[in-house]
Write a protein that binds this ligand. Structure first.
Ligand code: AMP
Length: 273
């Protein structure tokens, strides 16, 4: 596995490889969710590139940038064992200069839900993803449905800017008890981890209701909130795949999302139906 620390090193590494490039951007502290994306990229491409970069521009003041988990040695090993060809591991100076051009998230879709709780977050996400895609120039880029709004906005950016890449949505990987894997789960104490299960439990309830024929968004949200109630809930939302609020679930075009704080840790989860 080649480790590239700048755009130029990455380009040089890729110039020694032939065939289609599959790309998995991450912020490190890799877990089985990331590994599943990497393994899929491995199956579907000749060359696999993973990036690990904790992108400062997507963190708001007061968020967990400085304490975001960093696990360099374990991450390198996981990438190597997962068959990654090139690991892109830049520092912040290799990615950003002064007074730069930035990508701005769309006014509505970029500033509701996650964008309302974290205004400006998606500007940072889209800017870094644009940079990464331009450096790596993959045929396919893999993103998790776990970050549903991010996935939808990145897909939109690639369309709006006529970018020559296929965005591949990947299913959320969960622990056996339902908790969606996240690098932030390491912040949870044992009792908080137990409380965190309410997010996936509420989504399971929503799926059950839909399967039983309850499509009314208000009813579903009420029942979810009953499960989530002891937590500090930021939002429960039912939207279509363009992130427009809907009153009735449309099978095949609905995402049900939840964001809540468990202790000081902010968690998100969702289900696509
Ligand atoms: P992150 O390192 O948190 O920025 O995540 C990197 C990529 O992995 C993003 O596309 C995430 O959506 C995806 N990802 C994170 N957690 C999971 C999970 N539990 N299942 C599937 N994909 C995930």
């Amino acid at each position: 596995m080649i480790i590239a620390r700048s755009a130029q090193e990455l380009r040089e590494a890729l110039s020694t490889k032939n065939g289609s490039v599959g790309f998995v951007p991450t912020m490190g502290a890799l877990h089985i969710g990331h590994r599943t994306l990497i393994e899929r990229a491995r199956r579907e491409n000749d060359v696999v590139v993973v990036s690990i970069f904790v992108n400062p521009t997507q963190f708001l003041p007061g968020e967990d940038l400085s304490k975001y988990p960093r696990r360099e040695e374990a991450d390198f090993k996981i990438c190597e064992l997962s068959g990654v060809d090139v690991l892109f591991y830049p520092d912040v100076n290799a990615m950003y200069g002064d007074d730069e051009v930035r990508i701005v998230a769309p006014d509505v879709r970029g500033y509701i839900l996650e964008g309302a709780s974290r205004p400006g977050h998606f500007d940072g996400v889209l800017t870094v993803v644009m940079k990464l895609l331009n450096i790596v120039r993959p045929a396919r880029a893999y993103f998790g449905k776990k970050d549903a709004q991010q996935l939808v906005l990145i897909t939109q950016m690639c369309e709006n800017f006529f970018m020559d890449v296929t965005v591949i949505p990947c299913d959320t990987v969960r622990e056996n008890d339902g908790l969606a894997l996240s690098s932030r789960n390491v912040y949870l104490s044992v009792s908080e981890r137990n409380d965190a299960l309410k997010l996936s439990a509420s989504l399971k309830r929503s799926t059950k209701l839909v399967m039983q024929g309850t499509l009314d968004a208000c009813t579903i949200k009420e029942q979810m909130l009953a499960i989530l109630e002891p937590l500090d809930v930021e939002y429960v939302a039912i939207v279509n795949r363009s992130f427009e609020s809907i009153e009735q679930v449309i099978i095949g075009n609905t995402i049900i999302l939840v964001a809540a704080r468990v202790g000081t840790t902010r968690l998100i989860d969702n289900v696509w139906m």
